[in-house]
Design a protein around this ligand. Structure first.
Ligand SMILES: NC(=O)c1ccc[n+]([C@@H]2O[C@H](COP(=O)([O-])OP(=O)(O)OC[C@H]3O[C@@H](n4cnc5c(N)ncnc54)[C@H](OP(=O)(O)O)[C@@H]3O)[C@@H](O)[C@H]2O)c1
Length: 355
């Protein structure tokens, strides 16, 4: 590690690109001296994206054997891949399933004495302590050098539970059921589109899909054991994920109370809109890189209460926005353990109250 606070992002995909962009744009307020990023594949289609990130102030790293390939398409790398990791204060891994865990074994563990912290994203179960901002901040200790930022839908489920079922650190959740209605792929991706709705299977015997399993483990860091179950299906759309929830409480609640809590929670954006494209479009117009950083967008007209204790409704998942906010928060905490919350104020404008 060299002098100064250097944040290194590995991966420039759906989550990596806007993350690098936001770190560059808010660099001064976040107290970051340099943003570096690793690009894996030499692809002429990605050239404008990489140029754009360099123009925003980020420095490119590639592996040794690809330097000439990148130069041949007009991109000048400043660092070699491992050198960029070695110089970093914090490394944020934004690579696909399994790669973050592989990078941990191959590189990150080697530099854990000098680098302050390492983060990986949703798919990297087992990378480190699970984290979602505003949910389990108190569970993170200086010993937690490896952090696993949970997936976007896990953030969404987690904040619904926190807002409706956790009171003064007491768990009032009797049972939570969630249907994750996922978009086929992101508008930045061409692979993995589906021609029609495609249902998922329940790989986890007790909790269904990884969404409930992850939220269970997230809350377990706070010493709580939740009774949760999830299912998932993919829709032939590129817009936002949606979640149907059914949250049964140990205490009474009214529809008005639910709406009041949603309105007051800064991590929740509320909406009267019932179509995902309208919410997505609002994010495109008002978010940074088109991203809403809230953990969920709760659809108020869908809120329904039965039996005085069961809340049912729909919400939309700001898919990469919530993970980006948790990633930046955890990175800032590694660099500024005492003052990180002050630094993060600059991102307040992207936490929307109403969509
Ligand atoms: N997409 C979302 O909405 C979302 C939301 C929350 C969390 N996440 C999580 O974020 C992570 C990344 O997802 P994503 O959607 O951003 O994926 P993505 O769009 O497919 O991007 C993956 C990135 O990783 C790079 N990469 C691939 N193989 C690599 C390797 N062996 N070494 C280093 N870099 C490599 C790719 O580089 P090249 O293109 O140069 O090959 C690409 O920039 C996953 O854990 C995912 O679960 C995603």
């Amino acid at each position: 590690m060299t002098d100064g606070n250097i944040v290194h992002v590995v991966g420039t995909g759906t989550i990596g690109e806007p993350l690098i962009g936001l770190l560059c744009d808010a660099k001064k307020d976040l107290g970051i001296d340099e943003v570096t990023f690793y690009k894996h594949t030499t692809n002429i289609l990605d050239r404008p994206k990489i140029k754009g990130l360099i123009n925003r102030g980020a420095n490119l790293a590639v592996s040794d054997d690809k330097v000439k390939d990148f130069q041949d398409i007009g991109l000048e790398p400043l660092y070699e891949a491992e050198e960029a990791i070695k110089r970093a204060s914090v490394v944020i891994d934004c690579t696909p399933k399994g790669t973050g865990l592989m990078n941990k074994e191959k590189y990150y563990l080697k530099y854990k004495k000098t680098i302050k912290g390492f983060l990986a994203q949703g798919s990297e179960f087992g990378f480190g302590k699970m984290y979602a901002v505003g949910i389990n901040d108190t569970a993170i200790t200086p010993k937690d050098q490896f952090i696993h930022v949970v997936s976007c839908n896990t953030h969404n489920i987690a904040v619904l539970i926190k807002t409706l079922a956790i009171e003064k650190q007491k768990n009032l959740l009797k049972e939570g059921k969630f249907l994750c209605i996922r978009r086929a792929n992101d508008i930045s991706q061409v692979k993995s589109y589906v021609p029609s709705p495609e249902v998922g299977v329940h790989k986890d015997q007790q909790m269904g899909t990884h969404h409930a399993r992850d939220v269970y483990h997230l809350y377990e860091t706070l010493g709580m054991k939740l009774n949760v179950f999830s299912s998932a299906l993919k829709l032939n759309t590129q817009y936002m994920h949606s979640i149907w929830y059914d949250i049964k409480l140990d205490s009474k609640i009214t529809k008005e109370e639910v709406i009041d809590r949603y309105n007051k929670d800064p991590r929740i954006a509320v909406t009267q809109k019932q179509a995902a494209n309208l919410v997505f479009s609002y994010g495109r117009d008002h978010g940074h890189y088109g991203r809403i950083l809230n953990q969920t967008v709760a659809v108020l007209p869908s809120v329904h209460v039965i039996n005085d204790n069961e809340v049912i409704g729909f919400c939309f998942t700001p898919q990469d926005g919530n993970s980006i906010l948790s990633s930046i928060t955890a990175a800032e905490r590694f660099m500024y353990p005492d003052t990180y919350e002050d630094n993060l104020r600059c991102l307040g404008a992207f936490l929307l109250q109403e969509v």
